[in-house]
Design a protein around this ligand. Structure first.
Ligand code: SAM
Length: 289
């Protein structure tokens, strides 16, 4: 049913009903283009009945697309007026998703800051699909991958520049903390660029889709925390050789050089060259003097 998705007129009408003034701090840019929603849903390869978590459903553009594809959705929204309106929007635009009691049967709405959510109602979600609020996109990704191991796939729209960083391979200019940390959980691919014109209000930057596939973390004895501490230290002083950059964490330059050599990493190289598996070996070597 092509009529189910929200276009510019519907978005304007819904925003008008709420007296909504979209705020930049909450990254409130709403998708007004059904084609974009379908593109996101298609990349997510939803199977009917699959449980999907959406962060920031807003006026419901993507939520409707996910429900239309047969997903069961748990949507987490920080803005009370948006969270309250969502079930009604779904009932109006996708009557097929509504149960006898008048409420959408495949939708749970949680009013909360996504970063504070530690438990989700219903079956464990296998996919995170969202048009993420810009200012918290990386923390939301890392937090959800860590907290909800049932998530196998992620398809998110983020700022184009953030998408580049998430998908950057070691050695590239944009490789940094987000690239290395996300790689602990998943492989990342930047799939397509999305023009700023598909949003209302129009943001200052273009967006891009990123697809993540969960995989096993690198083998080794170091914990996720220990490995992330090494990643943080390595990039805190990006221009320095690892021997110096990791000295504060290791206790001394000599100890840092020893651990790097034990891990098979050249102590004079820089963090931007290391894969997450390299970081894991360095962390393990630091923990075993
Ligand atoms: N999914 C909608 C769409 O595609 O049109 C809206 C996306 S908009 C970029 C981001 C949404 O996230 C907004 O509705 C905003 O209120 C919400 N939001 C912002 N920060 C949040 C947070 N920390 N937790 C949950 N939702 C948040």
């Amino acid at each position: 049913t092509p009529g189910a998705l929200l276009g510019p007129a519907e978005i304007r009408a819904l925003a008008g009903r709420l007296g909504l003034r979209p705020t930049k701090t909450l990254g409130q840019n709403f998708v007004i283009d059904g084609g974009t929603v379908r593109k996101i849903v298609r990349s997510a390869r939803i199977t009917p009945g699959e449980r999907v978590v959406e962060v920031g459903p807003g006026l419901g553009s993507l939520t409707l697309g996910l429900l239309e594809a047969g997903a069961s959705v748990v949507a987490i929204e920080i803005d009370p007026s948006l969270a309250r309106l969502l079930p009604e929007t779904v009932a109006t635009h996708l009557p097929a998703a509504v149960a006898d009691d008048g409420a959408p049967s495949r939708l749970d709405v949680i009013l909360a800051d996504a970063l504070d959510v530690t438990e989700l109602p219903g079956p464990a979600p296998t996919a995170l699909v969202a048009n993420l609020p810009y200012n918290v996109s990386v923390p939301v990704l890392l937090t959800f991958l860590e907290r909800f191991p049932s998530l196998e796939r992620v398809v998110v729209m983020v700022q184009a520049e953030v998408a580049d960083r998430l998908a950057a391979p070691p050695g590239s200019r944009t490789y940094g903390i987000p690239s290395a940390k996300v790689a602990w959980y998943a492989s990342a691919r930047r799939t397509s660029t999305v023009s700023r014109s598909v949003f209302w209000p129009v943001p200052n930057v273009d967006s891009a889709l990123v697809a993540l596939e969960r995989r096993e973390p690198p083998a080794g004895s170091a914990s996720r925390r220990e490995v992330f501490a090494v990643v943080d230290a390595a990039f805190a002083q990006r221009r320095k050789m690892l021997r110096s950059a990791l000295a504060p964490l290791a206790g001394s330059p000599a100890e840092s050089a020893r651990a790097l050599a034990a891990a098979g990493v050249d102590p004079s190289s820089r963090g931007e060259r290391l894969t997450i598996a390299d970081f894991a070996r360095v962390a393990a070597a630091l923990a075993q003097p």
